[in-house]
Design a protein around this ligand. Structure first.
Ligand SMILES: [Zn+2]
Ligand SMILES: [Zn+2]
Length: 159
């Protein structure tokens, strides 16, 4: 409740349920994911309430909005320094333990650093078990194949 008040968000039962869920999950859910989970305990909650609360908490720095997933923003209430790893096969986002320069709380050239974000990409342990071939390190070939996607090539008769 204190975290919410300091974010300038009036702590209603529904909003508290949102923050509490985020604080207790490691899954870095999307807004829709938060909505689906919180509805289980607060069936009357509106999707807009979830979106607005996540936005307010993000703006206040109470939670982090992650851009690790190009499909949708993901949210994390864990503000401690840690690295996010996204699996290119299943899309799951995991916390991984990688040493990174820890300048949290320090002044860097006069700037107060509040979060440091490092993203790592690859194939997760679960997917490597299910499809070992896909988990081999052929990242560069994959990348080259990926860039051949012909999005926007259909524009046709450009002068
Ligand atoms: Zn995976
Ligand atoms: Zn995290």
């Amino acid at each position: 409740m204190a975290r919410m008040r300091s974010a300038g968000v009036t702590p209603t039962m529904q909003r508290l349920a949102i923050l509490e869920y985020l604080e207790n999950t490691k899954s870095h859910p999307t807004a829709d994911g938060v909505y689906a989970e919180v509805r289980k305990t607060c069936p009357t909650i509106a999707r807009a309430t979830v979106y607005n609360t996540l936005e307010a908490l993000t703006k206040a720095g109470t939670i982090l909005q992650l851009t690790v997933d190009p499909a949708a923003a993901r949210y994390d209430a864990d503000l401690g320094p840690h690295v996010h790893f996204r699996c290119r096969l299943c899309g799951e986002v995991y916390d991984i333990d990688v040493k990174q320069e820890d300048c949290l709380g320090d002044l860097v050239k006069g700037h107060r650093v509040e979060s440091v974000r490092t993203y790592a990409f690859g194939v997760c342990a679960q997917c490597r078990r299910e499809a070992p071939a896909a988990g081999r390190s052929s990242a560069k070939k994959q990348e080259r194949r990926g860039t051949r996607k012909s999005a926007g090539k259909e524009e046709g008769n450009a002068p």
